[in-house]
Design a binder for this molecule. Structure first.
Ligand code: ADP
Ligand code: NI
Length: 217
């Protein structure tokens, strides 16, 4: 099969699979990550097919929505790629991207590294920042029934991966526990530049949020 048709088939597969997904992890999230991955890849040396497949399949069965099962995404992706006659090398690399893309909180070390993972991870992180990042955070918090903010519940910056996953803290805490940390963890120059802008936007957003909370604005 040619590369363009593998990509077209993958897009169809992902759209179908993510039908009805939570608003921050639906096809439109994948589309943004796919487009930003291609943009970032222009400034890097990387295998285009791997970058595109990694972006398209990175949230195909996110463990957050599958009882914490981290093995499902790689499995679903692998089975799909076999139907496309993708080589073992391509399949294995895409699986590594899916397994290693996610920020798990704390200082979890990344066990695999490649230019292609760097690119897709940056594109995924950019979508957690800026105006879209704010929308996604509150949508996910609402999906989980969380409070917007509670001045009594302080952010916890020393959570283990398990504590991070089990946390039911208000959504504003997630900005301090994850979103504001991302700009210093970007891999590529393009990713860093866009992350800086989106980070500043979120800082302004938080200032305005607290001002309104206090009734000052
Ligand atoms: P990654 O894809 O890097 O693993 P996540 O899946 O944890 O990142 O996050 C994806 C999106 O869901 C982000 O926009 C993030 O803000 C949001 N999200 C994840 N966990 C929370 C949370 N505890 N509160 C609010 N939003 C969250
Ligand atoms: Ni994602």
């Amino acid at each position: 099969m040619t590369n363009p048709s593998i990509i077209e088939n993958t897009i169809e597969f992902v759209k179908e699979t993510l039908e009805g997904a939570e608003g921050g992890h639906d096809w439109f999230h994948i589309e943004r990550v796919y487009n930003n991955s291609k943009l970032i890849a222009k400034g890097e040396e990387a295998d285009k097919l791997i970058v595109e497949l990694g972006a398209l399949l990175h949230d195909i069965a996110d463990s957050k929505f599958h009882n914490g099962d981290e093995s499902l995404g790689p499995k679903v992706a692998d089975e799909f790629l076999k139907t496309q006659d993708a080589s073992e090398e391509v399949r294995n690399h895409v699986i590594k991207i899916i397994e290693n893309i996610s920020f798990k909180g704390g200082n979890t070390e990344r066990k695999f590294s490649s230019a292609e993972l760097d690119i897709v991870q940056d594109a995924d992180r950019l979508d957690a920042l800026g105006a879209i990042g704010v929308a996604r955070a509150f949508n996910y918090g609402g999906f989980k029934g969380r409070a917007l903010f509670d001045p009594k519940v302080k952010p916890n910056l020393d959570m283990t991966k398990e504590e991070y996953k089990a946390s039911t803290a208000p959504t504003i805490n997630h900005f301090y526990e994850k979103l504001l940390l991302l700009k210093d963890r970007m891999n590529t120059e393009t990713g860093k530049r866009i992350a800086e802008e989106r980070h500043r936007f979120m800082e302004d957003y938080l200032k305005q949020f607290y001002a309104e909370w206090e009734g000052l604005a």
